[in-house]
Design a protein around this ligand. Structure first.
Ligand SMILES: C[S@@+](CC[C@H](N)C(=O)[O-])C[C@H]1O[C@@H](n2cnc3c(N)ncnc32)[C@H](O)[C@@H]1O
Length: 872
C-alpha cells in the first residue's frame, strides 16, 4: 500500500497536513493551536507556557514561535520529544507526582501564563478503560494547570464529546472566569474532539478536591440512563473487529451513562440476536440456578467462563467460541437440533432393521473375501507395473546399479531387495546346488541331506516334487545370476558414461589405484598398460580373475576345493551369457591384441626367454612358471586366448589372464619380478608416500625388521574376502576399507624436502632452452677457434696482426653466450622532469620515463625478495 493511499484513505492528506510539512511543523495539530491562538491571543503575552502531552512537539513549535523571547516553555509527554530551541522537555506521565515534581523543579516559584493540553490516551487496554482514562487525563491536566497557573492565566484543553463533557465544562466554569468550547477549522469534522479555552483563572485559595477527583466528577453519571443504545453496526463491529478500538468520539448515547453492562447468560442463550448482545455488553453473568448449572456442563470450559467475564477484551475467535457454546447450550436445552443428531437418528433407523444372524456372518465373510481378492489383484498389478518399469528403465539405461537395487523388490521374481543383496543366501543356494551335484552317486541317484543330516535317496528326475524343488532352485539361481550379470553390465556402462563425461576419469582411476598399492606396500607399483582392460572389465570378470589368481597360487588340494567354489561361478557366467544381450560385450574378453605391459616386458627380457618367439613356446614358459608357483603377469590377449584353451583342456592349469591385481603383489612379496620393478621405481622416483617413507625409515633405523613388515601385511584388510562381490561394491569399499598406517613427522619432513627440491628444479622447457643456448655458444666458440686456426696458419700476416685477429675472433665467439643487455635508464617524472615532452635534460642513451610510484614499488619488490631469500 502506498503512503499517499494510506493517508488519503483516512482523509489525512488535507491542506493542513501539506502546510505543516511546508512550514516544518512536526504535526498538523500545530495549526489547531495557531487558530486557537489567533482567536484568543494567549501566546503573545505569555512568559511561561506548559504544554502537557506535547509529543511530537507541534504545539511547542507554535508556542516557541508566537511567545515573546526569553519566555519559558516546558513540554511533557510520555514519550521523549526531540529538542526544540528554547523549549525544555521531559518524558513523564502527567498523572503522576513525578511529573508534578519535575515541573516544580523547573518552574521554581514561577507561575505559568498558559497551560496547554492536547492529550489523547494511548489505546490498547479494554475499551471501557479507554473511555475512563480519556476523561481522567483532562481532569489530571486541569489539576496540574490549577497548581501552576497564574491568576488570570489560560488553560486550553482538548475534550471529547462524551458523557463526561458537561461535567467537565461545569468544573472548568467553577475555576475560570471565561470558558469557551471551540472547534478550530483545522480539526477534522469527523473527529469528536473539541477544544475548551478556559481563560481568566480565578485562582481560588481553596479548591475543592472533589473538582479534581475523577470518581467524584464522573460519579453522578452512572445514575443517568438512556434508551438509545449503540447502533447495530457498532455492535457488529465490536464483535467481529474487536481489535479496532472505537473511541466513541461522537460521545455516548444521551443518558447512557452506565459504562459497565452485564447480561444474564439465559438472555444471551435465548436471544434472537446474540451478536448484538455480545457487542453491547461487558459481561455475561450466571446468576440463576439454571445458569449456574450450565457452568458445570463440560461444554462450559474455563476459557468460556473467562470470556464471559469481560466481553470487551475478547478477540474474534473468543466471540466465535462463545457463539458455539451458546449453540451447545441450546441443543442441551432442546431449543436446537444439531445436524449431527439428525444424522444419528437416521443411522439408528437403518440399524434397527432385523437381520438374520447367519446371513449377516455369510455377508461379512463374502465381503472379506472380496476385499482380499481385490487386494491381491491390486498388489499383483502393482508388482507387474514395477517390473515393466524396471525393465524399461534398464533397456533405456536409465537405471544405475544402485537404483536397480532399490527397485528390485520384484514380487514376480520372488526377489525382494534383500534377496538381491543377500549374497550369503545366493551363495548358500549355489552351494546347495553343488552339494546336490556332488552327492549324485554313480547310479544317477541324488543324495539329499535332510534337516537332521541324514541322507535320503531320491531318483534323479524322479518324483515331481523333487523336480520342482530343483527347478525352483535353478530358476532362482538363474535369475540371481542374470540380475547380477545385468547389474555388472549396467555398472560398466555407467562407468563408461562417467568416462565420457569426465575427461580426467582415467587418470583419476590410475592415480587411485596407484595410491592404493602404495598404501599397502610402501612403494609404487608400475602401472600396467593393461589397466585399461581392467577398467573396462565388468565386476564379474574381476571376480573371475581374482579367483583364477587365487587358484594359480594354491596347491593341488586347495585347487580342488577352489574348483568347487568356482563351479557355480562358471555356471553363473554361463547364465549371464545367456541372459545378456547388449551389455554382454563387457563380459567377453577383448580379443584385440594389446601392447605388452611394462612388467611383462621386464619379465620377458630375462635370458630364459631369449629366442623364444613362437606362441607354443611362450605358453610352455608360462606354464613352467605357474608350476614353480611364481606369478606371471599377463595383459597379452594371446596369452589370454591360450589360457582359455588350456582351461578347457585342463582345469588345474589357469593363467592370470590380464592385469596384476593388488592381491597378487600382496601374496608375492618375494617375487623376483616384483622386486626388480620396485627397485627400479624407487631408484627413479624414490619413495612417494609418507607411509612408505615411515616404513623405510623404521627399517633403516632398525625399529622394525623385514619379517615384521611382511607379517604386518597380513591384517584384516589383506585377508578381506572379495569373492562374489560386485565391482561397484569393491570400489566403494576400497575408499574406506584400508589400513591406517601411522606416519611420522620425520617422514613428512623428508617428503616435503624432496618435494621442495623437485619444485626448485626448472621445468623441462626451461632446461631444454638453457641446454640449447649452451650448445649454440659452444658451436660458436668452436667455429671461432677454427677460424683462429686459419688465421694462425696464414702466412701473409705478421705475428702481431695474427694475435690481434685471433683475439678479436675469440672475443666474438665468446660474446654470444653473454650478450650484454642494453641498459635502459629510468627517469622519474618528478620536479623538472614532470610533464616534460621529449628527452629530459642531461639524460643520455636509452631512457624510460617512470612514475615515482613505480620506483617505490620496485624497491619494495626487491626488499621482499631479499627477505624471502633470508628466510630460506
Ligand atoms: C495528539 S498527541 C499531542 C500532539 C501535540 N500537541 C503536538 O502538536 O505535537 C497526544 C499525546 O498525548 C500523550 N499522552 C497520552 N497520555 C499521556 C500521559 N498520561 N502523560 C503524558 N502524555 C500523555 C501521548 O503520548 C501523545 O503524544
Amino acid at each position: 500500500m502506498g503512503k499517499s493511499e494510506k493517508k488519503t484513505g483516512k482523509g489525512r492528506l488535507d491542506k493542513y497536513y501539506k502546510l505543516a510539512k511546508e512550514q516544518g511543523y512536526r504535526a498538523r495539530s500545530a495549526f489547531k493551536l495557531i487558530q486557537l491562538n489567533k482567536k484568543y491571543s494567549f501566546l503573545e503575552g505569555s512568559k511561561c507556557t506548559i504544554d502537557l502531552c506535547a509529543a511530537p512537539g507541534g504545539w511547542l513549535q507554535v508556542a516557541s514561535k508566537y511567545m515573546p523571547p526569553n519566555s519559558l516553555i516546558l513540554g511533557v509527554d510520555l514519550v521523549p520529544i526531540k529538542p526544540i530551541p528554547r523549549v525544555v522537555t521531559f518524558a513523564a506521565d502527567i498523572t503522576t507526582t513525578h511529573c508534578r515534581n519535575l515541573l516544580r523543579g523547573e518552574m521554581k516559584d514561577w507561575k505559568a501564563d498558559v497551560v496547554l493540553h492536547d492529550g489523547a490516551p494511548n489505546v490498547g487496554t479494554a475499551w471501557i478503560q479507554d473511555a475512563f482514562t480519556q476523561s481522567e487525563l483532562v481532569l489530571m491536566s486541569l489539576k496540574l494547570a490549577v497548581e501552576f497557573l497564574i491568576k488570570g492565566g489560560t488553560f486550553v484543553t482538548k475534550v471529547f464529546r462524551s458523557v463526561d463533557y458537561n461535567n467537565l465544562i461545569w468544573v472548568f466554569s467553577q475555576l475560570f472566569g471565561k470558558v469557551e468550547a471551540t472547534k478550530p477549522p483545522s480539526s477534522r469534522n469527523v473527529s469528536a474532539e473539541i477544544f475548551v479555552v478556559c481563560r481568566d483563572f480565578l485562582a481560588p485559595k481553596h479548591i475543592d478536591p472533589k473538582f479534581l477527583d475523577p470518581k467524584h466528577v464522573f460519579k453522578d453519571l452512572s445514575s443517568l440512563t438512556t434508551d438509545k443504545g449503540p447502533t447495530a453496526n457498532d455492535v457488529q463491529a465490536n464483535v467481529f473487529h474487536p481489535e479496532k478500538k472505537r473511541r466513541h468520539r461522537d460521545g455516548y448515547a444521551d443518558g447512557d451513562y452506565t459504562l459497565f453492562k452485564s447480561v444474564e447468560a439465559s438472555t444471551f442463550v435465548n436471544a434472537v440476536d446474540p451478536i448484538a448482545i455480545l457487542g453491547s455488553h461487558n459481561q455475561i453473568a450466571f446468576k440463576s440456578d439454571e445458569e449456574k448449572g450450565w457452568l458445570k456442563l463440560p461444554t462450559t470450559k474455563d476459557e468460556i467462563k473467562a470470556c464471559c467475564d469481560d466481553l470487551k477484551v475478547l478477540g474474534k475467535s473468543d466471540f466465535k467460541a462463545l457463539l458455539k457454546w451458546r449453540l451447545a447450550i441450546r441443543e442441551e436445552l432442546g431449543l436446537d437440533v444439531s445436524t449431527k443428531n439428525v444424522e444419528e437418528v437416521t443411522e439408528t433407523v437403518e440399524v434397527v432393521e432385523v437381520v438374520d444372524e447367519e446371513q449377516q456372518i455369510q455377508d461379512e465373510l463374502e465381503r472379506l473375501n472380496k476385499e482380499a481378492a481385490a487386494r491381491t489383484k491390486r498388489e499383483r498389478r502393482r508388482a507387474n507395473e514395477i517390473k515393466t518399469r524396471t525393465i524399461q528403465r534398464m533397456q533405456l539405461q536409465m537405471t544405475a546399479p544402485l537404483d536397480i537395487g532399490l527397485e528390485q523388490s520384484d514380487a514376480a521374481l520372488n526377489l525382494g531387495q534383500d534377496d538381491i543383496f543377500d549374497l550369503e543366501h545366493t551363495e548358500r543356494s549355489m552351494k546347495h546346488k553343488n552339494r546336490i551335484d556332488f552327492m549324485t552317486d554313480n547310479d544317477g541317484d541324488v543324495l539329499i541331506e535332510d534337516e537332521d543330516g541324514e541322507g535320503t535317496t531320491a531318483r534323479h528326475g524322479g518324483e515331481d516334487g523333487d523336480d520342482s524343488i530343483l527347478d525352483e532352485e535353478e530358476e532362482r539361481e538363474r535369475k540371481v545370476a542374470e540380475l547380477e550379470a545385468e547389474m555388472d553390465g549396467l555398472y560398466d556402462s555407467y562407468r563408461e558414461r562417467l568416462q565420457e563425461r569426465d575427461a580426467k576419469f582415467k587418470v583419476k582411476e590410475q592415480r587411485k589405484r596407484r595410491a592404493e598399492k602404495e598404501e599397502w606396500h610402501g612403494v609404487e607399483k608400475e602401472k600396467e598398460d593393461g589397466s585399461d582392460s581392467e577398467e573396462s572389465e565388468g565386476g564379474w570378470d574381476l571376480v573371475q580373475n581374482r579367483k583364477l589368481e587365487v587358484g594359480s597360487d594354491s596347491d593341488d588340494s586347495e585347487s580342488e576345493s577352489e574348483e568347487v567354489m568356482l563351479k557355480p561361478n562358471k555356471k553363473r557366467n554361463a547364465y549371464a551369457e545367456e541372459g545378456r544381450t547388449s551389455k554382454r560385450r563387457k563380459l567377453v574378453p577383448d580379443l584385440a591384441p594389446k601392447p605388452m605391459g611394462k612388467t611383462s616386458s621386464v619379465w620377458f627380457q630375462q635370458d630364459v626367454f631369449a629366442g623364444v618367439e613362437d606362441e607354443d613356446d611362450e605358453m610352455d614358459a608360462l606354464s613352467e612358471h605357474e608350476d614353480s608357483g611364481m606369478e606371471v603377469d599377463g595383459g597379452d590377449d594371446e596369452e589370454e586366448e591360450n589360457s582359455d584353451d588350456y582351461e578347457d583342456e585342463d582345469e588345474d592349469f589357469e593363467v592370470v589372464p590380464q592385469d596384476q591385481s593388488e592381491d597378487e603383489t600382496m601374496w608375492d612379496i618375494d617375487g623376483e619380478n616384483e622386486d626388480t620393478i620396485k627397485q627400479e621405481k624407487i631408484k627413479n622416483h624414490g619413495l612417494l608416500t609418507a607411509e612408505a617413507v615411515t616404513l623405510a625409515q623404521a627399517l633403516v633405523n632398525r625399529q622394525t625388521t623385514k619379517t615384521e613388515l611382511i607379517n604386518n601385511g597380513f591384517n584384516r584388510y589383506s585377508l578381506n574376502d572379495k569373492d562374489n562381490l560386485p565391482t561397484w561394491f569393491l570400489e566403494e569399499e576400497s575408499k574406506h576399507y584400508k589400513p591406517n598406517i601411522p606416519i611420522t613427522k620425520e617422514a613428512m619432513a623428508a617428503l616435503r624436502a624432496k618435494q621442495r627440491a623437485l619444485d626448485a628444479r626448472p621445468i623441462k622447457k626451461v632446461a631444454e632452452a638453457k641446454a640449447r643456448k649452451k650448445m649454440k655458444a659452444h658451436q660458436k666458440l668452436e667455429k671461432a677457434m677454427k677460424k683462429a686456426e686459419g688465421v694462425i696458419s696464414t702466412a701473409d700476416m705478421t705475428e702481431r696482426e695474427k694475435a690481434e685477429a685471433v683475439d678479436k675472433l675469440m672475443k666474438k665467439g665468446a660474446s654470444t653466450a653473454k650478450k650484454a643487455k642494453k641498459e635502459v635508464k629510468l627517469v622519474v617524472a618528478r620536479g623538472a622532469n614532470k610533464g616534460v615532452k621529449g628527452r629530459p635534460k642531461g639524460v643520455k642513451g636509452r631512457y624510460h620515463m617512470v612514475d615515482p610510484r613505480m620506483k617505490k614499488e620496485l624497491r619494495a619488490k626487491k626488499r621482499k625478495e631479499k627477505a624471502t631469500k633470508k628466510r630460506k
